[in-house]
Design a protein around this ligand. Sequence first.
Ligand SMILES: [Zn+2]
Length: 126
Amino acid sequence: MRFMQGRYGMDQFGRFIAAAALFCALLSMFLRHNLFYWIALALIAYSYFRMFSRNISKRYAENVAFQKQWNKFMGKFNKQKNLWSQRRYYHIYTCPGCRQKIRIPKGKGKIEVRCPKCGETFIRKS
Ligand SMILES: [Zn+2]
């Protein structure tokens, strides 16, 4: 307990680094590649360095920056996932006039699509 006093400890970024280290360690085992072994070791060393660091404000700032990136990544990922689930029922066309994405239900045959943004019409098979 006393050892950890005034030291930073674990946070989301630290857990992410530890998970990445584990992933690299597994990769090095499966691929029998030393590179991933050294990356795993470096990541573990870095996560310990952060845990025992006394520069708490700097580590805190790192974690905030990480969370920002992580949320951005997850937002993009969820958007992509959403798009994929919509592709089962909809075609997504891009307006030739203004690049606006337009969602059209599938299975309606040849239809005229009117862009809601710029008013351009074009024929597409749905
Ligand atoms: Zn348009």
